[in-house]
Design a protein around this ligand. Structure first.
Ligand code: SIN
Length: 198
C-alpha cells in the first residue's frame, strides 16, 4: 500500500501508526501523539540495504537496516501514532526521507506493544532485494568494517549503528538482537584497528 493510498483512506480525525526499526527509533523527526516500544512478527532486521544518501555515498554506500521475511522471526522497534493533520505531514516527510532518498517501499503489518493489549496495524518502510541500492547478506565482520568507514549527508554510518544498538539495550533489554550486536562488535573492532594504525 502506498502512502498516498493510506492518506486517501484516512479521514482528518483518524490516526495512523508508523513502525520504526532503524533510525526512526531515535530520530522520528515528525510530530506524533504517542509512541510505544514493541515488535512485529514475520521479519528479521538485517544490515543488508545500501545507503548512498544518509549514511554513505555513491562510491561507498553505507549499510543500513531493512526487514527480511522469516516466519519465526520478530523485530523490535517503536510505533508512533500520528493523528489528524499529523498524518499527512508525517507521510510527506517520510516519503522523502525513506522512499526518495532511501529506496524504501511501504507495507502494513501488525504491531504488538510490549506493554500488552491488542495489536494495531502499522505502516513501515522496507527495502527489498530488487532495489538497486540493496547489498544483501555478508558476514558481520564485513558489514561492520564498512559501517566503520562510511559517512553520508545525515551523519556517520557508525552513529546509525551505535544508536540502534543503544536503543535495543535501553528500551528492549530482554531482547538479544544477535545480528545487530555482532555487527556492532565488528564495527568497534575495526574502529580500534584504525585508531591504533594512526
Ligand atoms: C532513514 O531514516 O532511513 C535514514 C535517516 C538516517 O540515517 O538517520
Amino acid at each position: 500500500m502506498k502512502p498516498q493510498d493510506i492518506l486517501a483512506a484516512k479521514s482528518s480525525s483518524s490516526s495512523l501508526w508508523i513502525f520504526g526499526y532503524g533510525s526512526l527509533v531515535w530520530r522520528p523527526d515528525f510530530k506524533y501523539k504517542q509512541s510505544k516500544v514493541g515488535y512485529i512478527r514475520g521479519y528479521k532486521r538485517r544490515f543488508w540495504h545500501g545507503d548512498n544518501f544518509h549514511r554513505g555515498n555513491d562510491e561507498f554506500p553505507g549499510r543500513v537496516v531493512t526487514l527480511i521475511p522469516e516466519d519465526d522471526a520478530s523485530t523490535w522497534g517503536v510505533a508512533f501514532e500520528v493523528c489528524g493533520a499529523q498524518v499527512k505531514e508525517a507521510l510527506e516527510y517520510l516519503n522523502v526521507r525513506e522512499a526518495v532518498r532511501g529506496g524504501y517501499v511501504t507495507e502494513v503489518v501488525a504491531f504488538h506493544p510490549d506493554e500488552g493489549g491488542p495489536s494495531v496495524p502499522a505502516l513501515l518502510y522496507i527495502a527489498t532485494a530488487d532495489n538497486p541500492l540493496y547489498l544483501g547478506p555478508a558476514a558481520p565482520e564485513e558489514i561492520g568494517a564498512r559501517i566503520a568507514v562510511c559517512e553520508g549527508r545525515t551523519g556517520h554510518n557508525l552513529e546509525y549503528l551505535l544508536r540502534l544498538a543503544a536503543f535495543m539495550r535501553t528500551s528492549c533489554p530482554h531482547v538479544h538482537d544477535q545480528h545487530l550486536f555482532a555487527v556492532e562488535a565488528a564495527a568497534l573492532t575495526t574502529v580500534s584497528y584504525l585508531l591504533e594504525a594512526q
